[in-house]
Design a protein around this ligand. Structure first.
Ligand SMILES: [Zn+2]
Length: 374
């Protein structure tokens, strides 16, 4: 019996020690091992999953290399935002050829000839050609739902059956879709009610897209519902919602969609400021959201470089934005940004979360990026 208690004592001692030794490393990793630092920004391989290079000038890509970023340059087609997609594709291919292991591109579809009888064949032929050229994704743009009208003058939403053939073709080719559908909720508000200064200036400069001025167009909720319906119709479609899936204003609403659609991820292009805005009052909620959905979030900036951009003038601000984002995700420092007035704290996400949002998720959701690992 004595022996039994002796063994029990030994067992308890080992167990306690064991659980302590499990705890202790955890305590030590609270320090430097579990989190990245500001200096790590340069040594960690990262991917910016959503930018627009509409130029043959290579300065942007070279600066990205200095910051240890690979890039996905995105084509889109919109009469309001030249150049047309064929020209954008030429620019993209020039960049890809110059940096085959650092730049990839997403092609797009045009709806300029949507009402022609052979629009579907034309579109599929263009996609086929783009895939042969190495496009790793297809961008779908907000003109669908916000501008495109059919022969009868009726506004066409993305869940319209006329798109089914196109989506089926994309799915057959195992190509992911990057969908910019709808706009930030701010777009449906008067300028003085918008939460983010950047949104206020964008819609003031682009009134054609300021939906508060166009009440005859579908509501914010209708846009989101059409996108959700598209995903219900095509459960096999690998879908990356651009700009936090236009649910940038509330991580709970975004979480609902990510729970409902396992084939959906989102990029953070031009919407990190909305996460920062939410973290002013709901830091823990935003932090926990990022940790919980760490496999579904892709870092991106939405930088746009055109032929008239003087990169030497914007180089510093491009770099500064990237390091500011890094500070927000990796540290818990108090920060401010130009988009709103209140300060907020960085999220200090663990290394594995940072690795996912900055690189691994892009590789997983855009399998064509395998070229980056060569
Ligand atoms: Zn974009």
């Amino acid at each position: 019996m004595k022996l039994f208690f002796f063994y029990l004592f030994i067992a308890c001692f080992l167990l306690q020690n064991c659980s302590q030794s499990k705890k202790n490393p955890a305590n030590t990793v609270e320090g430097t091992e579990k989190f990245y630092t500001a200096e790590d920004f340069f040594t960690i391989k990262k991917i910016d999953a959503h930018i627009h290079l509409y130029t043959n000038n290579l300065d942007y890509a070279m600066q990205a290399a200095e910051d240890n970023f690979s890039l996905i340059t995105i084509n889109l087609d919109d009469v309001n935002e030249p150049p047309p997609m064929e020209v954008q594709q030429q620019f993209a291919l020039h960049q890809v050829n110059a940096f085959p292991n650092r730049v990839a591109y997403a092609t797009t579809i045009s709806v300029r000839h949507f009402n022609d009888s052979n629009w579907q064949q034309q579109t599929i032929a263009y996609l086929k050609n783009s895939f042969a050229k190495g496009a790793i994704a297809v961008k779908i743009y907000k003109v669908i739902g916000m501008a495109l009208r059919d022969k009868n003058g009726k506004l066409v939403m993305i869940d319209d059956p006329r798109f089914d053939t196109i989506f089926n073709f994309i799915i057959q080719n195992k190509i992911p879709v990057l969908g910019h559908l709808g706009e930030p909720k701010n777009c449906w508000l008067p300028a003085d009610k918008m939460t983010i200064k950047g949104d206020r200036s964008y819609y003031t400069e682009n009134p054609v897209y300021h939906m508060f001025l166009h009440p005859e167009f579908p509501s914010y909720e209708t846009q989101i519902a059409a996108r959700d319906h598209l995903l219900e119709k095509h459960p096999d479609l690998k879908f990356i919602g651009a700009h936090l899936g236009s649910l940038e204003w509330n991580v709970d609403e975004l979480a609902k969609r990510l729970d409902k659609f396992p084939n959906m991820a989102v990029d953070m292009a031009a919407r990190i400021t909305h996460l920062q805005f939410q973290s002013v009052n709901n830091w823990q909620k935003v932090h926990d959201f990022m940790v919980k959905y760490q496999d579904r979030l892709l870092y991106a900036t939405d930088d746009v470089i055109t032929e008239v951009s003087d990169f030497s003038k914007i180089k510093n601000s491009v770099h500064a934005k990237r390091t500011s984002d890094w500070q927000f995700f990796t540290t818990n420092e108090k920060m401010t940004v130009a988009d709103f007035d209140k300060p907020f704290n960085g999220l200090k996400l663990p290394k594995e979360v940072i690795d996912n949002i900055y690189r691994k998720n892009a590789e997983k959701w855009y399998p064509g990026l395998v070229v980056f690992n060569k």
